[in-house]
Design a binder for this molecule. Sequence first.
Ligand code: FAD
Ligand code: NAI
Length: 328
Amino acid sequence: MTVPIAIIGAGIAGLSAAQALQKAGQTVHLFDKGHGSGGRMASKRSDAGALDLGAQYFTARDRRFVDQLQQWVAAGWAAEWKPQLYHYQDGVLSPSPDEQTRWVGVPRMSAITRGLLKDVTVNFSCRIAEVYRGQKYWHLQDTDGCSHGPFSRVVVAVPAPQATPLLAAAPKLAAAAAGVQMDPTWAIALAFDTPLDTPMQGCFVQDSALDWLARNRSKPGRDAHMDTWVLHATSSWSKDHIDLAKEAVIEQLWGDFAELVGCVVPAPTFSLAHRWLYARPASNHEWGALADADLGLYACGDWCLSGRVEGAWLSGQEAARRLLEHLE
Ligand code: FAD
Ligand code: NAI
């Protein structure tokens, strides 16, 4: 019997590791506490169509990620987004075009991780509380008290604060994860029956509670029956208002949006708010991935590199590389 490798987290880092391990002939078994894949690249289905509430777009700068991206584009999972970009600073809104190529999942951000799920065994709605080692193999205990295993090795691919307790068997790894601060982001979505009278499709915001605005339906392949917008607050505003009720968060950020967007903004037909508790690492690290190869315990995720989609994918590749290297 082949003893599989467990991967905790079906975000882009966990699925990147899964794909690399499977390609090398290993059997993997994923676990995620969510109902579906994607983690911070997930999209929310709503009355206004699917909305990208987390990652908005991604850039590809590393050769390996560029190659992977080309395959996703060929498979129809990703496409270029060419927004009319603006910039808001010192109370002034101005167009801010640039040469950067930006990518999104199609028809929604979660399409990429969904595509990567093919041929992978996953337990969704399964939150892992403990990773423990028997005499030879690893076992996972979930929050319902069920135990899963045996596994030959375990890859922990969740945000650093959630990884810390799962890495307890390797104190050095747990200590490294515990040292990573991750900041929150409040996200809201607004939908309008009548399109707002602005050509803006994306905006980098400064000196405001808001950090970023995106016209969701301007992305390729999106449902366009309503004019949908996704707004992100800054880390500092999100921290200061971490326990604010969702209705109050919508009210405040909608008000700030209406002030800066430069056109009349009616009350939205539809709105929602989502709080990302562990949205982004407060600083970048150069670890690639964390490994205790003798024990067979690994950690990956955006917090091991840059806090971006590309960093998370590269980190998953690195965890798989280090695991496979030790098998040789
Ligand atoms: P995650 O996506 O967080 O995946 C971890 C998974 O583990 C999740 O699915 C979670 O459900 C699961 N999990 C956690 N704990 C457990 C447990 N105990 N048991 C089982 N499962 C568990 N990046 C960009 O490149 N461009 C952007 O524009 C951008 N914008 C962003 C905007 C926001 C609001 C946020 C939140 C993030 C944004 N990012 C952006 C960052 C990007 O989304 C992340 O870097 C990337 O998606 C992280 O992937 P990951 O696999 O490391 O982690
Ligand atoms: P990028 O190159 O488009 O943007 C990087 C940064 O450069 C932007 O944040 C912005 O400050 C600036 N910038 C880029 N183009 C600009 C323009 N035309 N006009 C004005 N400013 C511009 O993308 P990259 O490097 O892939 O970064 C990912 C994005 O994801 C960043 O914007 C980052 O803030 C965001 N992000 C948000 C998170 C959150 O929790 N809200 C978490 C992780 C990433």
